[in-house]
Design a protein around this ligand. Structure first.
Ligand SMILES: Cc1cc2nc3c(=O)[nH]c(=O)nc-3n(C[C@H](O)[C@H](O)[C@H](O)COP(=O)(O)O)c2cc1C
Length: 170
């Protein structure tokens, strides 16, 4: 699968085959892809918490209103940002940096046959605070990504909209 195909066939997966383990190699490739993302001044203001423990998954499910699918997911990866790493020049860029990492993660996982669903955390303060406590991190949880073997096959779809494109010049 190349990038063209990965981007156009990826869908959010919210039904997973329970009990499927992930190899260390796949997990490494997925996290490495996330960390290859561009970031302002190459600050890489992130850390990644990999949650496999069923009890912690259940705590997260109760804290986040839209992630019931975490139960059957093989694991969840929480991308957390460090706003304090930034210089004044880069102020406020950390969510963009972390979001770029999220998208890389989604596409790499898909290429390896893993379905994902991006569940938003920051800037919802209630969710972010709850996840900080559950995961025992000081950083700011930006997104929770569930990862598992797909138990559904939603159709690929396209959203290209020429009305949303403005071209200046030739
Ligand atoms: C910032 C962000 C937050 C999201 N939060 C949730 C969420 O809490 N729960 C969920 O099931 N999906 C969530 N999604 C997934 C979107 O609903 C999904 O990407 C969108 O409907 C497009 O569908 P697709 O991913 O299949 O193309 C989120 C996506 C983004 C980018």
């Amino acid at each position: 699968m190349n990038v063209y195909e990965a981007i156009r066939t990826r869908r959010s997966i919210r039904h997973y085959v329970p009990g499927v383990p992930m190899s260390r190699e796949d997990l490494h490739k997925i996290l490495e892809a996330a960390m290859m993302a561009p970031s302002a001044r190459n600050g890489r203001p992130w850390e990644f918490v990999v949650v496999k423990d069923p009890a912690i998954k259940e705590q997260i499910r109760q804290a986040h209103p839209y992630c019931n699918h975490i139960t059957d997911a093989t694991l969840a990866i929480v991308i957390c940002g460090f706003p304090s790493v930034e210089s004044p020049y880069k102020e406020g860029f950390w969510p963009q940096d972390c979001a770029a990492a999220c998208e890389n993660l989604l596409l790499q996982a898909w290429e390896l046959g893993w379905g994902t669903c991006w569940c938003g955390v920051h800037p919802d303060k209630e969710r972010a605070t709850a996840l900080q406590q559950i995961l025992q991190v000081q950083s700011v949880p930006l997104a929770l990504i569930t990862v598992g073997r797909p138990a559904e096959t939603p159709d690929a779809r396209g959203f290209y909209d020429a009305a949303k494109v403005k071209v200046l010049g030739e």
